[in-house]
Design a protein around this ligand. Structure first.
Ligand SMILES: *Cc1c(COP(=O)(O)O)cnc(C)c1O
Length: 382
């Protein structure tokens, strides 16, 4: 009954963990879920107010524009200028997304022909792979290894793959490894992409979740990046707006144009009231960003400190709300934590085979819950 396209999708590797979790919940276990990549903090009130006001205005009850309202794209341009010193033309270099997942899921449709390669980081956000498969492209995994700071070695990609590669997906600060990338890496990426005519799609969903003064760069601020590709950003993690579905793609005009053409045929844009809320977010007070990062930083210190005391060699992340921990067997480790301690963590293999010897903790739960999780772990022989 189902298409080959669906049949070709990789198995959903989190399903087994979901099942085990359900079992525990049914048995009445107080499960601590550190598997969720979704902020537990609420959307700031001034943004919620902007939505409510806009929702009551009948002018917003119609189909929105496909590319996003002018005021939304202007707000994005102003935010990029202020935050990254990147200048964007709102007309041609910015388009609205229903979250960055929308952009990631649809960009291969615009540029990948059957048999073309897409360079996909492994471990990585699973949609890079599935969007490639939907477009009948071929996935070439680029390993992210601890010894390289979880940055890919572009020179290790076989020349015959490079020749047929259309898109290079990247994501720093990175989910799931929590690694960050220095500007020099982005410079190297621009040179590589321009030399081989590959479109860079940088997913910057976590640029605003960072610690101890670290400020993540935009790929677009690398010299020549506007010729090399685009960056997706989203209000989801930045303003605790995952359920609102709004983000943006910015950068190279021709790439934005291709993405717009695909999306025009699939969706009809982001509800105007949500765009008004996003304008309030991007142009209003930015204190909530610092406050959220401060909350995550305390949780990070608590979790990493506790794990290190138990003897786990875990790195202190500079950004994202994840802790990426090396273990013997990530799946077994996650299964044991769930069955023996009622703690959900994500097995790294769900992000690709190079994640097999890791688990990911999401610090999207309170300090009290993280402390409780550590207590339970101390009682196990891990
Ligand atoms: C959360 C996440 C996204 C998707 O975010 P939306 O904007 O809510 O679609 C994209 N990429 C990565 C790496 C993420 O973790």
């Amino acid at each position: 009954m189902y298409s080959n396209r669906l049949g070709n999708l990789p198995p959903y590797l989190f399903a087994q963990i979901d099942e085990l979790k359900e079992e525990q919940v049914k048995r009445g276990v107080d499960v601590i879920d550190l598997g969720i990549g979704d902020p537990d903090l609420p959307t700031p009130p001034h943004i919620v107010d902007a939505l409510c006001r806009a929702a009551r205005d009948p002018a917003n009850h119609h189909y929105p524009s496909y590319t996003g309202m002018n005021e939304f794209r202007d707000a994005v341009a102003a935010w990029y200028r202020r935050r990254f010193s990147v200048n964007l033309d709102p007309e041609s270099e910015i388009t609205a997304l229903m979250g960055s997942k929308d952009g990631i899921a649809h960009i291969p449709e615009a540029f990948v022909n059957p048999g073309d390669f897409v360079l996909v980081p492994d471990p990585g956000y699973p949609v890079y792979r599935t969007s490639t498969l939907f477009a009948e492209g071929r996935v070439h995994e680029i390993p992210l290894l601890a010894e390289n700071g979880f940055l890919p070695d572009l020179s290790a990609i076989p020349p015959q793959v490079v020749k047929k590669a259309k898109i290079l997906f990247l994501n720093y600060p990175n989910n799931p490894t929590a690694a960050t990338a220095p500007m020099e890496f982005f410079d190297e990426v621009v040179d590589f992409a321009c030399e081989h005519d590959i479109i860079v799609v940088h997913d910057n969903a976590y640029s605003e979740v960072s610690f101890e003064g670290y400020r993540a760069p935009s790929f677009l601020s690398a010299h020549g990046a506007m010729e090399a590709g685009i960056e997706m950003h989203s209000l989801s993690k930045t303003y605790n707006m995952t359920g609102w579905r709004i983000g943006m793609a910015c950068g190279k005009m021709e790439v934005i144009k291709g993405l717009r053409r695909v999306k025009t045929n699939i969706d009809s844009g982001v509800f105007n009231a949500v765009q008004h809320a996003a304008i309030a977010a991007l142009t209003g007070p930015q204190d909530s960003i610092r406050e959220a990062s401060d909350v995550y930083q305390e949780r990070r210190d608590l979790l990493v400190g506790g794990l290190r005391e138990m003897g786990f060699p875990v790195a202190l992340p500079q950004a994202t709300f994840y802790v990426w921990m090396p273990v013997e067997n990530g799946f077994e480790f996650a299964r044991r934590l769930l069955n023996e301690a009622g703690i959900v963590v994500t097995p790294g293999v769900g992000f690709g085979r190079y994640g097999e010897k890791y688990v990911r903790f999401a610090i999207t739960r309170s300090k009290e819950r993280i402390e409780e999780a550590l207590d339970r772990m101390r009682g196990l022989d891990l």
